[in-house]
Each structure stands twice: as structure tokens, then as C-alpha cells.
Ligand binder design. Structure first.
Ligand SMILES: Cc1cc2nc3c(=O)[nH]c(=O)nc-3n(C[C@H](O)[C@H](O)[C@H](O)COP(=O)(O)OP(=O)(O)OC[C@H]3O[C@@H](n4cnc5c(N)ncnc54)[C@H](O)[C@@H]3O)c2cc1C
Length: 464
């Protein structure tokens, strides 16, 4: 055996698996294979001057590499079972929260000390939301910020690098069972992974390939007969407005997850990934450019705007299975019309006209992302767009100014979910010793849940 444990993917799931394995059993031989770069080599070429939009790098610096999709994220660790994944369905509600708190402790002891923990408990905002048909979900939020999140990752890497073999720019192509090899003598339990023309064996394998590894994960499940079921896709826009408009909410809660049921279709629309004083950014998933956002803890890097997403979940019934394909097609449409992300003033959208350079320039909200002015109604399905417009008016009641003409909407924001991989209460597949964790399992969709799933599996492997 080359390794006791091989971890595929060095995002939060993979990192926290490695951290806990090393802590509980320092004698384990661990290999971590990552298709992207080490942290210091992760540089997105978009500088807003020479390179203004995504040029489709072979390895996307935003999504791949040490730290995974979370490396340049806002570093919001939500400690809650109400959103961010359904880990609690596998490990129990109390255990899930305890794991997320443990992850928080590790982050604090690796550079995150002094960062703020926000909470929705006992807030008057909850009442104000309810009085206006809006529902504020319960959570504690540790906001590391993009800058401190990077420091924490740097510290974790320096600590792990001495105890774990890291292989960067090494995408794993295939996983096979040792028991299927005719040449294997003696011990046949375990796995072989193939990467960059080499192969490595291990007793146990943890797969944590996130959203960017979703297509590859499907091939692993097919090859190893692991059942899966298709999931959902969330479609919407990113809203950007002057930070003062949302300050009552963001000063107290930082991030608030608010859900609204539309009067017209009774669809649920929700806020997602709120970034006070932040910036809107491009996100590249499998070559398709969508929109996202982040913000820095350091006040010198603050912008004048706050951004957040408004999303509607779409679940499909038979015979359609490809929910991600549906989301990709909508995102492709915006890429086709705008060459990337489209931006539109709310006032233009409700008046049924496209935004152009002049109207955006004359608006009172300065965009933080150079997107193409256009018409989102040509891209987003009517029912979803109607829901988003309704929610903007609902939010206007608790944060007056949300529905101003100059509020900017960027589209599309698509939240892809991996198909759900069938795993048991140990996050183990039907193949003994093969675990699938983090966003790649379809079970988690957030930094804290993905990290917690890594700790959980490591403890199980170490017999804790
Ligand atoms: C811009 C942005 C902002 C975000 N902000 C937040 C936030 O504030 N709070 C929050 O909770 N969540 C946030 N998220 C989501 C969060 O980053 C993810 O939920 C989290 O990173 C999932 O962790 P993971 O380890 O499961 O997967 P990932 O972080 O996606 O890591 C998977 C890793 O596996 C690697 N990989 C994929 N395939 C292979 C292969 N075949 N071989 C080897 N390596 C492979 C990838 O390169 C990647 O590095 C954000 C995401 C983005 C993109």
C-alpha cells in the first residue's frame, strides 16, 4: 500500500479530513490529491484592467486548489442545521452542530481569533421580517472575511504539509477497487487511484471533490456502482445596492438568510450569500460564467455596496433528471447574450427595457463587477423572475430603498448541486472504505458543513 488514506480534493472537506486524521493518528500515511494549485499559486487573471472577464484557465484559481471553492470566499462559516446542507440527517442534529463548532475552534486557533460571531437569536429583525411576510432563519455566523480565511488556510497548509503528502495539479482520473485486480496478492481491500500517468493504492479513500468535481464524481459512481439521485438547481440574480440600505441587517447579523413565499405562485425565494461592503465576482463552473460575491474583513478593502443573491429552487420530476444541465443552459444563455454576466438596473427591468452603458453610468449605484448591461428577462424564466421582483418589493418594506430604480441585478446566479451520492450514516458508500464527503456528496453546500463532514469521517476511520 502507498497510503493508509488517500484524500481526493483539498477543499474544506479534504483539509479537515486530513487535519483530524493527523491529529488522531499521526502514524497514518496520508496522500492528498488536488487538481488545482497550491494556495500561493492560485491567481485569477481577471484584474479589471487588462483581463476583464473569465478567460477559462485550465485550472480555475477561484474554484480549484488548496482551500477549494472556499479559498477566496467570504469565509462565512454558518453554524446551523437550517441551511448549508443536510449533514444532520446522517449524523444527527446535535452532532452536526458540535462538529461545526469544532471546525470554528480550529479556524480560530489558526488565525481566525478576533473575528466576529454573529447570531440571529433574540433579534428584533426577526419580528420585523415576520410582520412583512419574510422569514429569518436561525444561525450563528462566523465571518472570517476573504483575507483572514486566506491566513487560516495558509496556517493549516503549513501545519499539514509536514505530515501529509500533497500532490497539486494532479487531477485523479479514476478510482478502482484493489479486489478487482487479478494481480493483487494477499490484502485486497482498498483502492487504487490514477493520476498524471501514475497509480497509488490506499486502504481507505475519502473523495471530497466539491461542485467543480461533480461531473467526475458521476463517473466514479457509475464505475463503482454507487447509486445516486438527481438533485435540484437554484436560479436567480445577485442584487447590489448601497451598503447603507441593508446596514440595519448586516451590522447586527452580517449575513441573514431570509425566505419569502411569493403571493403569485407560492414559490419560495430566499436570500443567499450576503456580502456587506463587498464586491460582485464572476464564477466559472465547467466553463460557464455565473455570478457570485465576496467581501473582506479588512475595512480598507470595503466597497460602498452590499450584495446578496436572490434564489429560487427548482426541483424536477420524471422524466427530466438533469437539473444542473437546466441551470447551465440558462447560464449559457446569459453568456451568449452578454459574453458573460449581464447587469441590469431594477428600474429598467420593471419597465421592460434593457440597461445600457449610459443608464448604468448615470445610476447612483456603481457596479463592482464589469458586467455587460442587458435584459435579464431574456434569460431568466418568467416565473422565477416574477418571484425575484416580488421579493425585492417585500425586502423594500424591511430595508427601504431595496426596490430603488438604481439597484443592480446581475445574472445569472446559479447554485448547482451535485447529485446526491448514496452514503450511510458514516458517509461511507456501498464500497467499504470509500467515503464521499463535502459538496461532492450532494449532502453539504457550505464551508462549515463540508468541513464538519471531513472531521466526522476522519474520526470514524480512526475508530473514534
Ligand atoms: C466565490 C464563492 C464564495 C463562497 N462563499 C461561501 C461562504 O461565504 N460561506 C459558505 O459556507 N460557502 C461559501 N461558498 C461555498 C463553499 O466554498 C463550498 O461549499 C465549500 O468550498 C465546499 O467544500 P468541499 O471541500 O466540499 O469542495 P470544494 O471546496 O469545491 O473543494 C473540492 C476540491 O476538489 C478538487 N477536485 C475536483 N475534482 C478533482 C479530481 N478529480 N482530482 C483531484 N482534485 C479534484 C477541486 O479542485 C477543489 O479544490 C462559496 C463558493 C464560492 C465559489
Amino acid at each position: 500500500m502507498n497510503y493508509d488514506v488517500i484524500i481526493v480534493g483539498a477543499g474544506p472537506g479534504g483539509i479537515f479530513s486530513a487535519y483530524e486524521l493527523v491529529k488522531l493518528n499521526p502514524s497514518l500515511k496520508i496522500g492528498v490529491f488536488e487538481s488545482g494549485n497550491s494556495l500561493e499559486k492560485r491567481k485569477c487573471p481577471i484584474d479589471g484592467v487588462k483581463v476583464k472577464s473569465c478567460i477559462g484557465c485550465e485550472s480555475c484559481a477561484i474554484m480549484n486548489g488548496f482551500g477549494g471553492a472556499g479559498a477566496f470566499s467570504d469565509g462565512k462559516y454558518n453554524i446551523t442545521n437550517q441551511f448549508g446542507g443536510t449533514l444532520f440527517e446522517y449524523v444527527g442534529k446535535k452532532e452536526a452542530i458540535d462538529l461545526m463548532k469544532y471546525v470554528d475552534e480550529i479556524n480560530l486557533s489558526h488565525g481566525g481569533e478576533g473575528t466576529k460571531l454573529y447570531s440571529t437569536a433574540n433579534t428584533a429583525i426577526k419580528r420585523k421580517c415576520l410582520q412583512n411576510g419574510l422569514h429569518l432563519l436561525d444561525a450563528q455566523v462566523r465571518h472570517l472575511g476573504t483575507d483572514i480565511n486566506y491566513v487560516v488556510l495558509e496556517n493549516l497548509f503549513n501545519e499539514l504539509n509536514e505530515k501529509v503528502d500533497f500532490f497539486f495539479r494532479t487531477p485523479v482520473e479514476k478510482i478502482t477497487k484493489l479486489s478487482d485486480e487479478t494481480t493483487t496478492v494477499g490484502e485486497t481491500e482498498g483502492y487504487r487511484i490514477y493520476a498524471n500517468g501514475e497509480s497509488y493504492s490506499c486502504k481507505q479513500c475519502i473523495v471530497s471533490v466539491g461542485r467543480s468535481g461533480s461531473k467526475w464524481m458521476e463517473t466514479v459512481c457509475t464505475d463503482l456502482d454507487i447509486p445516486t439521485k438527481s438533485n435540484r438547481v437554484d436560479i436567480g440574480v445577485r442584487v447590489e445596492l448601497p451598503a447603507e440600505i441593508f446596514a440595519d441587517l448586516t451590522d447586527e447579523l452580517y449575513e441573514s438568510k431570509i425566505v419569502y413565499r411569493t403571493a403569485k405562485f407560492e414559490d419560495l425565494v430566499r436570500t443567499f450569500c450576503m456580502n456587506p461592503y463587498g464586491a460582485v465576482v464572476n464564477e466559472n463552473t465547467n466553463g460557464i460564467v455565473t455570478v457570485n460575491g465576496h467581501s473582506y474583513e479588512d475595512p480598507s478593502k470595503h466597497t460602498e455596496n452590499t450584495n446578496f443573491a436572490l434564489l429560487v429552487s427548482k426541483h424536477f420530476s420524471k422524466p427530466f433528471k438533469d437539473s444542473n444541465g437546466y441551470g447551465e443552459s440558462i447560464a449559457r444563455l446569459s453568456n451568449m447574450l452578454g459574453g458573460g454576466v449581464i447587469v441590469q438596473r431594477f428600474g429598467d427591468l420593471v419597465r421592460g427595457r434593457r440597461s445600457n452603458e449610459e443608464r448604468i453610468r448615470e445610476g447612483f449605484v456603481t457596479p463592482t463587477l464589469a458586467a455587460t448591461p442587458g435584459d435579464l428577462s431574456l434569460v431568466i424564466p418568467k416565473r422565477i423572475l416574477d418571484g425575484i421582483i416580488e421579493m425585492i418589493y417585500a425586502l423594500d418594506k424591511i430595508c427601504p430603498g431595496t426596490a430603488n430604480d438604481d439597484t443592480l441585478l446581475y445574472g445569472v446566479e446559479v447554485k448547482f448541486y451535485n447529485m446526491e451520492v448514496e452514503i450511510d450514516e458514516h458517509l461511507e458508500t456501498c464500497n467499504k472504505g470509500l467515503f464521499v464527503i463535502g459538496d461532492g456528496s450532494g449532502v453539504t453546500h457550505s464551508l462549515s458543513h463540508a468541513s464538519a463532514s471531513g472531521v466526522y469521517v476522519a474520526r470514524y476511520i480512526c475508530g473514534e
